[in-house]
Design a protein around this ligand. Structure first.
Ligand code: C2E
Ligand code: CA
Ligand code: CA
Length: 310
């Protein structure tokens, strides 16, 4: 209700209210204030976006996805960034929607797929057994030539399809079923992995979801954030993990931001995790240096000590 009214809610505290509980809620607030980019989203026109694409200003950043048991990196998600001369590094919330509306999203997808595949090839040649995950917009899934085009882009970079995972949101997986299903099935038949993104936030029936040959389930970060305080979030988290296991697909918890969330993910036995607590999205060069470091050195002190105590 608070959210519907636009009130910023830090969390819920049960009685008795203590200074410690309040402090924890405030810390949560402080933590969020350190997000990569300012909350303000710059207003950018279609013209500027078009020019940016023409000038090659878009590129993927990479955020690691690690195995929670061993802390080893298993792959990275490619997240679009725009090196805009006026605004420095711009995040997707400032341009994806506009691109979906003005028909530029297909071009962005190509840029990201090409660069992501090229980088993944570099990692693998450096002896790092990593995959790369790429986000696909609902809009691009309506074009039945998509699967062939994506397969060509990836193979042009010399990368095998089994090292690429395409992420689509739950909503995308259930809209315009015919063409979407055709594209997703074709991608899977070509050997790409398929991931359900933001799981738990859309409106889908289990039956619909099982009609797509998914290989991975990404549980939305809202569930891990509230799991400690809301039994319903914890139930969704636990049952999603169980469902993934029964379906024989890999579960990933997204948005692990704190030590306590990381501990929870590990105690629940979630196979893979991704989030600021592990590492933030990084430019390609930074990511490669990060991935080359031994486990203990690549994480902040918090995670390294988690390893020691494990
Ligand atoms: P997403 O696919 O759910 O990606 C995860 C988002 O969460 C990323 O935001 C990432 O930076 C952020 N994130 C990662 N760890 C944490 C954490 O611990 N806490 C919090 N609060 N956030 C975390 P980003 O990069 O701004 O991307 C936003 C969305 O834009 C993505 O959400 C995805 O839906 C979309 N997107 C990104 N790149 C592309 C792309 O190349 N194509 C398309 N179609 N969509 C893209
Ligand atoms: Ca994603
Ligand atoms: Ca997500």
């Amino acid at each position: 209700m608070a959210r519907a009214y636009g009130v910023k809610l830090l969390g819920a505290i049960s009685k008795p209210i203590t200074a410690k509980k309040i402090k924890e809620a405030i810390q949560l607030h402080d933590g969020r204030a350190h997000d990569e980019a300012p909350a303000q989203v710059p207003e950018l026109s279609s013209e500027e976006i078009r020019d940016g694409l023409k000038n090659g200003e878009f590129e993927p950043f990479f955020q690691p996805k690690i195995e929670s048991r061993t802390q080893l990196a298993k792959g990275a998600e490619a997240l679009a960034r725009w090196r805009n001369p006026r605004h420095r590094i711009v995040r997707p919330q400032a341009f994806i929607e506009a691109m979906e509306q003005n028909g530029l999203i297909g071009e962005l997808t190509e840029v990201i797929v090409k660069a992501a595949a090229r980088n993944c090839k570099v990692w693998r040649e450096a002896g790092l057994d990593l995959s790369v995950a790429i986000n696909l917009s609902l809009k691009t899934l309506h074009d039945v030539t998509l699967a062939d085009r994506l397969a060509n882009l990836v193979s042009e970079q010399g990368l095998e399809p089994q090292h690429v995972i395409f992420e689509v949101t739950e909503t995308a997986a259930t809209a315009d079923l015919g063409r979407t299903l055709e594209n997703l099935s074709r991608l899977r038949m070509k050997g790409f992995g398929l991931s359900i993104d933001d799981y738990g936030t859309g409106h889908s029936s289990m039956q619909r979801l099982t009609s797509v040959p998914f290989t991975e389930l990404k549980i939305d970060r809202s569930f891990v954030r509230h799991a400690a305080t809301r039994s319903s979030s914890r139930a969704v988290l636990e049952s999603s993990l169980e469902m993934a296991q029964k379906l024989g697909i890999v579960a990933v918890v997204e948005g692990v931001e704190s030590r306590s969330e990381w501990d929870l993910v590990r105690s629940l036995g979630c196979p893979l995790a991704q989030g600021y607590f592990i590492a933030r999205p990084m430019g390609a060069d930074d990511f490669l240096s990060w991935a080359r470091m031994p486990v203990a050195a690549s994480y902040g002190p918090a995670l390294s000590s988690a390893k020691r105590s494990a």
